[in-house]
Write a protein that binds this ligand. Sequence first.
Ligand code: NAD
Ligand code: ZN
Length: 342
Amino acid sequence: MKAVRYFGHKDVRIVHDLEKPTPTGDQVLVKIAGAGVCHSDLHIIDEGTIPPGNTFTLGHENAGYIEAVGPNVTGFNTGDAVLVYGPWGCGHCKPCLQSHENYCDHQAEQAYGGGLGLDGGMADYMLVPHSRLLVHIHDLDPVIAAPLTDAALTPYSAIKRSAHKLTPDEFVVVIGVGGLGHIAIQLLKATSGATIIACDVTPEKLEFAKSLGAAYAINSRDADAAEQIKKITGVKKAKVILDFVGATPTVTLGAQVVSLNGDQTIVGLGGANYPFTPGKVTFGVNMSMPYWGSKAELEEVIGLARQGKIHVEIEQFPMDQILEVYDRMRAGKLKGRAVLVP
Ligand code: NAD
Ligand code: ZN
């Protein structure tokens, strides 16, 4: 079978001769229908964040149809349309038992999951180690649903942390209107009454943000971006900042516009230095760096998608074009989420 393989720092190749796996025990083989392309792949490829010597199939946003199940599997049958829950924990510790495999106690001792050190879904087939990592998607199209496992689940979980602060009298700033950010705007629209201020760096992305429900859209590279935001919010500033870039300029902008007792939530892995000086930061601010979301939250995300309250804007590509897709992502030239279709 064909797959997009990571061989090391800046070395990604398409291979054609991988053996189609056979599921044993609790394993499930999924015939991939769509594999989302996440910016986290670029952190792995360009920054070499995975230790050398690891070779694996990329793709951690996967959906498809069950091809075969191991003998221990119950509740899933051949032909079922499923999403693969991405952060694979040990399955036994307390966070895992509470559905938070994204915060598994053993995360430091193991690879993070398929496409993140273990074989993922940019391939004809993906072997999922246990059926507990699958979620039924019912009537959703797996090509469109694939990004729900990360591009929607991650912002959904980040927004839930701040749900009590996202009241209709408050302002929320979304920085980065890419794969995650474009769904974050829709999630905020669907689940909160807060006024949405979006930031990105091109006029196209700013227009896109407005079309999705942002009341205001500001170019964060404008020298007076913080002043523009404060003009909108007034003296109280923005109660919640959701930063889907996480680079020093965006984290600095967030710190300038977050309100007293607000939340500055940094989802992007852009390597920022956080301007933290006790006595100089805004009092009461909770700074957090959430990772992905729980499997129970993924069920809730699927509920929102099935109700038509969120929709992933996708651009489809054949697997052979992956290197071109990564280049477009580096240049910020994708609209919404790119999905590879085998
Ligand atoms: P993406 O490439 O689809 O989107 C990034 C967006 O940010 C683009 O629209 C780009 O134009 C915009 N941008 C770039 N620089 C900017 C700046 N200075 N100011 C404002 N906007 C700017 O990326 P994505 O797939 O949505 O991922 C976003 C980030 O989130 C990545 O760093 C990724 O690794 C990270 N991520 C984190 C988690 C987690 O669990 N913490 C999960 C998934 C992705
Ligand atoms: Zn991701």
